[in-house]
Design a protein around this ligand. Structure first.
Ligand SMILES: Cc1ncc(COP(=O)(O)O)c(C=O)c1O
Ligand SMILES: [Zn+2]
Length: 365
């Protein structure tokens, strides 16, 4: 397995151990694989172990930091005549899919020998990084919007992270970068290609469990999750284990719709600000997200608060305790007509956001 760290635009190549979060031309970096292992069966690539490092043959590090991330359950349900595969990412160590990426990010910091990681986040990625940094005895400084759910901010501090509260999500991104010191590493998931490599293990798990999915419906903010799952399918296609890609559907919440706006023009519907995890106005990898949707014949779907609330209520009535942001994928599923065998990752637990849920479920619908 040969990995190359390359600029997504000017194609400049960097050493895998460089402490850089983007190319000198300003574009995001990608990890590309120039040589795949040659095996007959996917199982030959898998190691024993109850975490994502069982796929290390396809990851940029042979082993790494772990809190037992990955191997999340899949729940198959028939909903509106569709065979739906809910992937319960909220079973992750800190309650969201971000743990897969944070395991890679903190491992990279250790490999480079940096003792402080810096991240900006609406909450979940910040908590993942705080927990993984704590486990590796590394410092974490996390920039968040001041109104990020208290459950997430409190747990970051409990893990000993320095939490910097900002006026907005954008201010959090800008300050994380402008206040970065030379002996620190910026692992911001909106930019970091190593984070995406962690996400791809979700696709490997689906394939290993022989689940046939024809579409993937993902709440999308920075696109790290959508692009990471796609990266996993890309590995499987390039190694010859799959012939084609599932269709990728990005779900956005009304009010913050950069993907929709680029495809269809400015969104003019109702707000969806209950999805507090979907707040990035200008995702650095927007072009890559658009490209993935187009290439896989997918689409973008926008949901509003009313749809999020009914999605939450229906999920809770099925016993699926998610946070408001995760309910957007379910709400979108119900709006997409011809989707087949969809994979719907339920991205984050409701347990960190009970204060918000308590208010929301008291709103009659
Ligand atoms: C619960 C939840 N779902 C989805 C997302 C969106 O993920 P991404 O930024 O990878 O697009 C986030 C991001 O914070 C989140 O917290
Ligand atoms: Zn470049």
């Amino acid at each position: 397995m040969v990995f190359e760290l390359k600029c997504s635009k000017c194609r400049r190549k960097f050493d895998l151990k460089v402490n850089k979060w983007r190319c000198d031309c300003g574009s995001p970096l990608n990890l590309e694989i120039s040589e795949y292992p040659k095996v007959e069966n996917f199982s030959e690539l898998i190691k024993d172990g109850q975490n994502i490092w069982r796929y290390s043959a396809l990851l940029p590090f042979k082993e790494g930091v772990t809190l037992g991330e990955g191997l999340t359950p899949v729940l198959n349900k028939k909903i509106a005549e569709k065979e739906v595969f809910f992937k319960l990412e909220y079973f992750s160590p800190t309650g969201s899919f971000k743990d897969r990426g944070a395991a890679l990010g903190v491992t990279r910091a250790k490999e480079i020998g940096v003792r402080t990681i810096v991240e900006d986040s609406s909450g979940n990625a910040g908590l993942s990084y705080s927990a993984y940094a704590a486990s590796a005895n590394i410092k974490a400084r996390i920039y968040v919007p001041f109104d990020a759910p208290i459950g997430k901010r409190a747990l970051m501090r409990a893990c000993n992270a320095e939490v910097v509260e900002c006026k907005t999500r954008e201010e959090a991104s800008l300050r994380a970068i402008s206040e970065l010191k030379n002996d620190e590493i910026y692992v911001g998931h909106t930019w970091d290609p190593f984070f995406l490599e962690g996400m791809k293990t979700e696709a490997f798990e689906i394939f290993e469990e022989k689940i046939q999915v024809d579409s993937v419906i993902v709440p999308t903010s920075s696109g790290s999750h959508l692009l990471g799952i796609y990266r996993g399918f890309e590995d499987l296609v390039k190694m010859g284990f799959l012939d084609e890609y599932p269709e990728f559907y990005a779900v956005q919440a009304g009010g913050i719709t950069p993907i929709y706006d680029r495809i269809y023009g400015e969104w003019r519907g109702e707000k969806g600000d209950l999805a507090d995890g979907l707040r990035i106005l200008q995702p650095p990898r927007l072009d890559q997200i658009l490209d993935t949707i187009k290439r896989t014949n997918g689409d973008v779907v926008v949901v509003d608060n009313e749809e999020i609330i009914s999605g939450m209520k229906e999920l809770y009535q099925m016993g699926l305790i998610v946070e408001p942001t995760s309910a957007t994928a379910y709400a979108a599923l119900k709006k997409i007509r011809d989707v087949k065998n969809p994979l719907v990752p339920l991205t984050g637990t409701g347990i960190k956001t009970v204060d918000k849920i308590e208010k929301i479920i008291n709103i009659p619908l």
